[in-house]
Design a protein around this ligand. Structure first.
Ligand code: ACO
Length: 346
């Protein structure tokens, strides 16, 4: 666990990225920002009123906040420029210039405009805002990465069950974004999650299981057909991807069950990446593994956005924010070399 997080932090230090924290005066966020600035894991842009940010800094005796750039969207000289740019981006959707100006007072939107304008590399928020409020500006402004049509959220699970995955390490998706994905979207999740597992979790040999309640035709239902089709599409999108489905969770993870239910599969029994058939399953099952199995869950790591924007849980700790800054920075590094995420379009 600490090995993986240390690697993530070291990678962030080695290629410092500019990360926006729109909830600049949120207490846990600011304490994590202080440590991130002290350790040099990112150049930070804090949004909010300087006085409120400094008030929190004094309350916690934070010594590094003056290394960050502090921008108050309400008084920023870029406010009008960003409003005009946002208006151009969204006028087809019926947004007026007055609405665009109002949106620029919302730090979540302002932060995404900084990224869109090339003045920052990623954003992290959510200690105070809902997932929807964190994601919507990113989807409207930054949009999806080339070839990706649907974003998703991956979770790194560091479990105590070292006989499964990569010594207990698994990456699972979607746990955060798309309630009812279709086959094409599931296939995208498979390709993007393999990339996240490789880039962020350090999984060098991704083996992707497309999960269902059926293994290789043991049950028939339209939702099983969807997973079978998603497996086919994932192979088409990335012919080098080691992906198999449909597989039940035990057939995906347990070598003896994989061998008996999906004989000859190079994934069954050895999967280190699990793609859930829908968000309900994904969100519930990762939380069950985390709580009942006493596993460490790192994420969600949002994948498929052209530049990284990540969403914190409102129950997050200072450490959660610190490591998510590092993960966002890692993603920003990889996004700059994003030619490696190429999916066929519909
Ligand atoms: N991928 C890519 N683009 C998307 C996606 C997606 N999954 N969803 C929406 N969009 C785009 C739309 O195409 C639209 O673009 P446009 O305006 O340029 O046409 C834009 O985003 C806004 O779309 P809406 O449908 O109006 O967005 P909505 O208000 O429904 O919000 C959101 C989208 C935020 C992703 C929503 O689906 C959502 O809230 N999902 C569930 C999140 C959640 O609550 N997760 C559980 C908690 S997380 C956890 O526990 C780890």
């Amino acid at each position: 666990m600490s090995d993986l997080l240390n690697k993530i932090v070291e990678r962030a230090k080695a290629d410092r990225q500019r990360i926006v924290l729109p909830e600049g005066d949120e207490e846990r966020t600011l304490q994590a920002a202080d440590k991130a600035l002290e350790d040099g894991i990112a150049d930070l842009i804090l949004l909010g009123k300087k006085e409120s940010i400094m008030e929190v800094a004094h309350k916690f005796n934070l010594k590094n906040i003056d290394k960050a750039t502090i921008i108050d969207p309400a008084t920023s000289e870029k406010k009008e420029e960003y409003a005009q740019y946002f208006y151009e981006l969204r006028k087809k959707k019926g947004v007026t210039i007055e609405e665009a100006r109002k949106k620029m007072l919302d730090p979540m939107y302002f932060g995404c405009m900084i990224i869109k304008s090339g003045d920052a590399d990623g954003q992290l928020a959510g200690a105070r805002n809902t997932t929807g409020n964190t994601l919507r500006p990113a989807l409207q402004i930054i949009k999806t990465a080339p070839g990706v049509t649907c974003i998703s959220g991956a979770m790194i699970l560091v479990t105590k069950a070292t006989q499964y995955g990569d010594n207990g390490l698994l990456v699972v998706a979607d746990v955060a974004v798309t309630p009812m994905p279709d086959a094409h979207q599931l296939a995208e999740f498979a390709v993007c999650t393999a990339r996240t597992a490789h880039d962020i979790a350090g999984i060098t040999d991704p083996r992707v299981a497309m999960l269902s309640f059926s293994t290789k035709g043991s049950a028939s239902h339209e939702v099983v057909d969807k997973v079978v089709e998603a497996t086919r599409l994932a192979r088409e999108m990335d012919p080098n991807l080691n992906v198999d489905g449909e597989l039940q969770a035990d057939a995906a993870l347990v070598p003896s069950v994989g061998e008996s239910k999906a004989h000859g599969s190079s994934v069954a029994g050895h999967a280190n990446i699990l793609i859930y058939p829908c968000l309900e399953v994904g969100n519930i099952s990762y939380k069950m593994v985390q709580r009942l199995g006493d596993a460490i869950a790192i994420g969600p790591i949002l994948q498929g956005i052209a530049r990284p924007v990540n969403d914190l849980s409102r129950g997050c700790s200072v450490d959660d924010v610190y490591y998510m800054i590092a993960i966002t920075a890692n993603q920003a590094t990889f996004a700059k070399n994003s030619s490696h995420v190429k999916l066929s379009t519909k």
